[in-house]
Design a protein around this ligand. Structure first.
Ligand code: EPZ
Length: 420
């Protein structure tokens, strides 16, 4: 089990190119099942991406990587319509393969995706939508047996009770080859949804994303046999590295990013006293000598403040001069990093969905445990500013979503090492 050792007190500065978006690459990899030969550029090298490739290989594809380009080629050697429990559990978001498998073969057997550190991860919105598209779904001892009795799904109107990202992705993957038109209302609007639609449209699908959270999918009979596509930059990784600069009074430029995707995040950096300048594909941030608190950060579906950036920004707020308030509206259990931050001397009180952070003059090092992907990034950010050397265990969580996390931080001035 690898651990990080981080000596605090070193400024994070310089320039860093942001890797491709994990949460765009994963549904797009599922979508490659609908093509015979896909080439994906800017595909991040992450354990979650590896897990998605393992699922593709089980389903009959060959995958290969050259730098940040991943190629997926259907080999037809073996036909599986199921995803074994072991592979489903390797990556929680593998439920997004369900829509693609049903589009391709009209039948699927997957195990219920496990819950995760963020709490139970229900898929009721996914299943209700698929049933309305004509999928017969039987729940069988922790497995879902799914079948499209007519062989092809039938487009319909869907109104989502919540703009679920994963459910919206499954609907795009299922409806793009359905008979007729599907209209999705109250759909998720995250940039990763647009990127999945962009990939599918590059394959010949007809998906229109409207500004009022409506998506119209006109089912087509088939998609192109081959496609080449570039994944969008990872907005959460960009925000995470900017947090590292903010908490260490550093000066960092993140490049190859999309500033517009961070529109709900950047004002909070300015509120904390950071100087933020954006250019076409760059964001430059200079951390202040003394951080100010954030009055209130409410996590919301896009274009609101993203839940994935809540814990990294909270880490920064622990040493602000004043009280910051966070309201986590998306997941019911996304404060597991709080107890780890408190081991470093942070003063945080959690009441249900609300976390109240009283800034302290300084954090001290501690032995810390990653509780989840973004929580692990958050305690690493806090350790960069803590007095002394912190040890961080279970860093496999971080490696799921951040490419070369320790190497990047080290190159930007951090004193960070990784045990073998
Ligand atoms: C995606 O998860 C992301 N994961 C998450 O990023 C991100 O935090 C989340 O969207 C919100 O933006 C990937 O894209 C792989 P949801 P997803 O369906 O699709 C409830 C990270 O750190 N819900 O929008 O699972 C659900 O319980 C990860 O990179 C239902 O109740 O998010 C949650 O409370 C963490 N029923 C809320 O909706 C359903 O059928 C948001 O879930 C589906 C969801």
């Amino acid at each position: 089990m690898s651990n990080y050792f981080i000596e605090g007190g070193h400024r994070i500065g310089g320039e860093l190119a942001v890797h491709g978006a994990k949460n765009a690459a994963l549904p797009i990899l599922a979508a490659t099942l609908l093509c015979e030969n896909s080439i994906l550029h800017n595909c991040p090298s992450l354990s979650d991406v590896e897990a998605a490739c393992h699922i593709l290989e089980y389903l009959g594809c060959d995958t290969s990587r050259q730098g940040d380009t991943v190629s997926v080629r259907w080999n037809g050697a073996q036909i599986h319509h199921n995803i074994p429990d072991s592979l489903m559990r390797e990556m929680r978001s593998s439920v997004v393969f369900l829509g693609a498998i049903l589009s391709r073969w009209g039948e699927a057997r997957v195990s219920f995706p496990g819950g995760c550190e963020l709490g139970p991860r229900p898929i009721d919105i996914h299943l209700a939508a698929l049933r309305k598209l004509g999928v017969w779904i039987e729940e069988d001892h922790g497995y879902l047996n799914c079948r499209v009795p007519d062989g092809r799904m039938q487009g319909c109107e869907l109104i989502l009770p919540f703009p679920s990202v994963g459910a919206t992705e499954n609907i795009l993957l299922a409806a793009c080859l359905a008979k007729g038109e599907t209209v999705v209302r109250n759909a998720a609007r995250e940039p990763e949804i647009s990127d999945l639609a962009g990939f599918l449209n590059a394959c010949g699908a007809k998906i229109e994303i409207r500004p009022d959270s409506t998506i119209v999918i006109e089912g087509v009979d088939s998609l192109a046999r081959q496609v080449e596509y570039t994944v969008i930059p990872d907005r959460i990784a960009a925000a995470t590295y900017l947090c590292a600069a903010a908490i260490t009074q550093g000066e960092l430029t993140v490049t190859h990013c999309e500033p517009a995707h961070l529109a709900a995040i950047l004002p909070h950096f300015e509120e904390m006293g950071c100087r933020v300048i954006t250019e076409e594909d760059k964001i430059h941030l200079q951390g202040p000598g003394q951080l100010l608190p954030v009055r209130s950060v409410r996590t919301m579906p896009y274009p609101g403040f993203p839940t994935d950036a809540q814990s990294p920004l909270m880490a920064v707020s622990t040493i602000a001069q004043g009280t910051s308030i966070f309201i986590e509206n998306i997941f019911e259990n996304r404060y597991k990093h709080v107890s780890e931050l408190m081991r470093m001397g942070a003063s945080i009180k959690v009441e249900g969905r609300v976390a109240i952070v009283e800034g302290v003059p300084a954090l001290h090092s501690a032995t810390l445990q990653c509780t989840d992907l973004r929580g692990g990034a958050a305690i690493s950010i806090a350790a960069l500013a803590a007095q002394g050397v912190s040890e961080i265990t279970d860093i496999k969580h971080i490696q799921r979503g951040y490419e070369n996390f320790d190497k990047n931080l080290s190159r930007l001035g951090a004193k960070i090492t990784r045990s073998r």
